[in-house]
Design a protein around this ligand. Structure first.
Ligand SMILES: [Mg+2]
Length: 316
């Protein structure tokens, strides 16, 4: 398999498996999970969903990838796909949309009900800084990577992609930092490359006022922080910190995503964000085969990667 197609599948499946591992225990507390940790793909729990069911994180990513697969970023079409997910259950594992974040829903309603242009739909107040754009940003980074977009172009792409739903600078920055890291991991699969990505992010993004909120992840001893200092809530800063911390404190895909899930709270998204990065770092083959086989509609996700890849290479 071509290297870049392999990377795309590593990231998309790595992310979806993390999401599916976290779904049954979404909102469980850290204490509960310390007593009964997740060790495998489970069904039911928080939602009446079978094992291997992924949530809005993966659905919205697929909605974006399905449009990007045509070889361009058509923002109206991406919003329309988000709408098809929310109201027609498209891009779902079982034909049912069972989990949707407040800010994403309000942006989609701004587009469909309030007829606002796509670039005005995203919420931009300080209280709309959940992880709802970070959790679905990876297809845009993969698009930028495979198409080798110039620096200014991919920065703009990620800003616009976040702003469809999350337009506040803090959310946009979370996506940009993630993009720096994932692009570096795509270039070279090593912790050294990840850390180089972090340094470049800090350097290139230092003019943004909101960057101070992410200061901890740029500290050299970030990975030495004890678990108690890591929050795993749905706040974009907490989610990015928790996912990165799991990546930096483990040495394989399985331990990384299980650690992320067992932090509790926003389990599916923290594990999805960690899982996408861990997929890039360790590769598709490092994702446990039983988990890949349990993932609902895995072939559908992989097929979408193949279609997108073919189109991106063809219209280079
Ligand atoms: Mg979710």
């Amino acid at each position: 398999m071509d290297r870049n197609l392999y990377l795309m599948k590593s990231v998309m499946i790595g992310h979806a498996v993390g999401d599916a591992l976290g779904v049954p225990v979404e909102f469980a507390s850290r204490e509960e999970l310390e007593n009964a940790p997740v060790t495998d793909m489970e069904g039911y729990g928080t939602y009446p969903m079978p094992a291997g069911a992924w949530s809005d994180d993966t659905s919205m990513a697929l909605a974006a990838l399905d449009s990007l697969a045509k070889g361009r970023a058509d923002w109206d079409e991406i919003m329309q796909n988000f709408g098809r997910w929310l109201s027609e259950d498209a891009y779902t594992p079982t034909g049912e949309c069972f989990d949707a974040g407040r800010t994403c829903v309000s942006a989609i309603l701004n587009y469909f009900k309030n007829k606002m242009p796509y670039n005005k739909c995203g919420e931009s107040d300080e209280h709309s800084n959940g992880n709802g754009s970070l959790m679905r940003i990876h297809p845009f980074v993969l698009y930028a990577y495979v198409k080798e977009l110039p620096f200014a172009e991919w920065i703009d792409l990620i800003k616009s992609a976040s702003s469809l739903t999350h337009a506040h600078e803090r959310s946009v920055l979370g996506c940009l930092i993630y993009a720096f890291i994932l692009l570096h991991l795509c270039n070279e699969q090593s912790i050294g490359s990840l850390k180089l990505g972090l340094r470049r992010a800090e350097c290139h993004l230092r003019e943004y006022k909101e960057i101070s909120h992410y200061q901890r992840i740029f500290e050299p001893d970030f990975d030495k922080l004890p678990t108690d200092e890591i929050k795993s809530s749905g706040y974009v800063v907490d989610t990015l910190e928790a996912a990165l911390w799991c990546l930096l404190t483990t040495d394989n895909y399985k331990d990384c995503v299980l650690k992320a899930v067992n932090l509790g709270d926003d389990t599916d998204t923290v594990a999805a964000v960690a899982g996408g990065l861990a997929g890039a770092l360790y590769g598709y083959d490092a994702i446990p085969e039983e988990w890949r086989n349990t993932l609902i509609k895995r072939e559908y996700i992989e097929e979408m990667c193949e279609i997108a890849y073919e189109s991106w290479v063809k219209y280079f």
